[in-house]
Design a protein around this ligand. Structure first.
Ligand code: ARG
Length: 563
């Protein structure tokens, strides 16, 4: 809805050729206070061009603008404030949203372009950590946002399924492993073996060499090594998929580090051809002195490749495969050096598109102010945490709405939604304090609060359906509905902003605000009164359900119609 554009057009019309319409649009802002209207145009920039004081310009402009969509246009010091014609504007807005449904807010600037998202990416044979949870939740939401902007999203789970640790695991399995135990509780048992290896290597240093040997075998395609590795990988994936299922997350590809095993030779060749490789204590590195960074290690002295080698190779492969416009790597901030190195090496190797690789870092999950860790034995098993959230949600529902049908299903939507929303409501670089109790509250700044607001709006529509036959939407004029309508108008901008900043939090915050305004409206206005504005009020309620539903979906939450 182009009210801003309409205003810009009118401003340019009365200004003449002195300024471009795009520029005017960029300058138009939201006034600080409600009493100042809906759109404000500051005249400071024009003062130079027109050689006139800003408040003079504002005064003249205000007197010259008239439009049927504007109730009035007034000068306020150096600003020209526009008051939209509430009834006409709300009528148009509500009609548009009701008609567009879930498509409302969809943007087209990404059309026919692809964005790759590399996220979640846990390490096999290790627990799915809190960091991986954040990556999964943020990555999934960014994928939804990217698609909403018209792009094709390719979601890749770059599994940590390669590296010397698998040599260690194979050795440990040979010495102390038990197939039944692994099958019964794969991650726990494999982690146990891995930890035991590290304990035992203190007394038995030769284990280290055995492990290297087994990893070498694995890299060379030895059948026994490969079979064990594949088995560990399959069992781990099955465990991870339980979490993905709970979260409702899907990937287009699980090509992780191992996938690049036979492709790294080409990468090394490319680096060689560009004279980028130098030898350092027998290892091959790419120097990054000119950027004040430590060298990027490409190949160890024993020939083994590294995490970075695989990331370099993956980037090249994905560019060939998908011709992406951008790749977003949703990985914790502790890896920012790694990604700076990888991106710079690709740039040095002459890949133009290396500039379009973006690391999307995020903060930690904290418990009582301390980093929640999955290492050192005390594993927090994520699946258990999620199950607990669902259980708590169920208790809440049992208390509030004991008669509800399919409680189990809705408890899942609420419990999982609470975790996701709690993660996404703050800017991703911040750390998140993990408190199940806090995130599950039905009031305050939580996912369940937004879901509850949505369900409440749905219930009004259900009641209305019984009572009335359809009439025309004529628009609304009161200030409570206007506050809601203005937020509804803003939804497409919010999406665009959340994409520009790679910040799902923009959407989460917006949904909280919309919920608050709607609840205010709900408590002040008798929605179901049978008068000539009934249809418009219902359209407002319906528009709110559409936007809340779609906003929640973009974050990765479901929106039950009852709860
Ligand atoms: N597996 C890695 C870890 O758990 C994350 C991988 C992130 N993606 C990437 N392309 N490096 O730390």
């Amino acid at each position: 809805m182009e009210f801003k554009q309409t205003y810009a057009k009118e401003l340019v019309k009365s200004l003449g050729e002195v300024i471009e319409i795009e520029e005017v649009e960029k300058l138009i802002e939201k006034p600080k206070y409600e009493e100042q209207g809906d759109l404000a145009f500051p005249c400071f920039t024009l003062a130079k061009t027109l050689r006139k004081a800003p408040h003079m310009i504002a005064h003249e402009l205000a007197g010259s603008i008239q439009h049927s969509l504007f109730e009035k246009v007034v000068a306020d010091g150096p600003y020209v404030n526009c008051f939209l014609q509430k009834q006409m504007v709300s009528k148009e807005v509500l009609q548009t949203i009701v008609e567009a449904g879930a498509n409302y807010g969809s943007l087209t600037f990404g059309k026919e372009k692809t964005i790759v998202l590399d996220f979640s990416s846990p390490n096999i044979a290790k627990p799915f950590s809190m960091g991986h949870l954040r990556s999964t939740v943020i990555g999934q939401s960014l994928a939804n946002i990217v698609e909403k902007c018209g792009y094709q999203a390719v979601k890749i789970n770059h599994l940590g399924d390669w590296g010397t640790q698998f040599g260690k695991l194979i050795v440990a399995y040979h010495l102390w492993g038990n197939a039944e135990k692994v099958k019964a509780d794969p991650i726990k048992e494999l982690l146990h073996l891995y930890v035991k290896f590290h304990d035992e290597v203190e007394n038995q240093p030769t284990l280290e060499a055995d492990a290297r040997l087994w990893f070498k075998k694995l890299e060379d395609g030895d059948e026994e090594a490969l079979n064990l590795w594949k088995w560990f990988r399959d069992e781990s994936l099955e465990e991870f998929s339980k979490i993905y299922q709970l979260l409702g997350v899907h990937f287009d590809s699980y090509q992780g580090e191992a996938f690049y095993n036979d492709k790294m030779g080409q990468t090394i060749e490319i680096l060689n051809n560009h004279n980028l490789l130098t030898s350092s204590e027998g290892a091959d590195v790419v120097e990054l002195q000119e950027y004040d960074l430590p060298p990027c290690l490409i190949r160890k002295s024993d020939g083994a490749t590294l995490y970075a080698t695989r990331d370099l190779t993956a980037a090249v492969y994905r560019q060939q495969q998908y011709q992406f416009e951008k790749t977003l790597y949703v990985v914790g901030q502790e890896q920012s050096l790694h990604f700076r190195q990888v991106f710079l090496v690709l740039e040095k190797a002459g890949f133009e598109w290396a500039k379009e690789l973006v690391h999307i870092p995020f903060g930690f999950i904290l418990k009582d102010g301390k980093k929640m860790s999955t290492r050192k034995g005390k594993i927090v098993l994520l699946e258990e945490v999620i199950t607990e959230a669902i259980e708590l949600a169920k208790q809440n529902i049992e208390m509030k709405n004991p008669g509800l049908e399919n409680k189990a299903e809705i408890a899942k939507m609420v419990g999982v939604g609470a975790i996701i929303f709690h993660d996404l409501k703050n800017e991703r670089q911040n750390s998140v304090e993990f408190s199940l109790e806090e995130m599950l509250k039905f009031e305050g700044t939580t996912g369940p609060y937004v879901q509850y607001t949505h369900a409440r709006a749905c219930s009004i529509l259900r009641k209305a359906e019984e009572a009335n036959e359809k009439q025309e939407i004529t628009g609304l004029e009161d200030s409570y509905s206007w506050a809601v309508v203005k937020l509804l108008i803003d939804f497409p901008n919010v999406i665009s902003r959340s994409f520009q900043q790679y910040e799902p939090s923009q959407i989460a915050k917006y949904l909280l605000e919309l919920s608050q305004e709607f609840n205010k409206y709900y408590s002040r206005v008798k929605i179901l009164t049978n008068d000539e504005q009934l249809e418009s009020r219902l359209a407002l309620v319906q528009s709110v359900t559409i936007v809340l539903n779609e906003g929640l979906r973009l974050l990765g939450l479901q929106a039950p119609e009852e709860m």
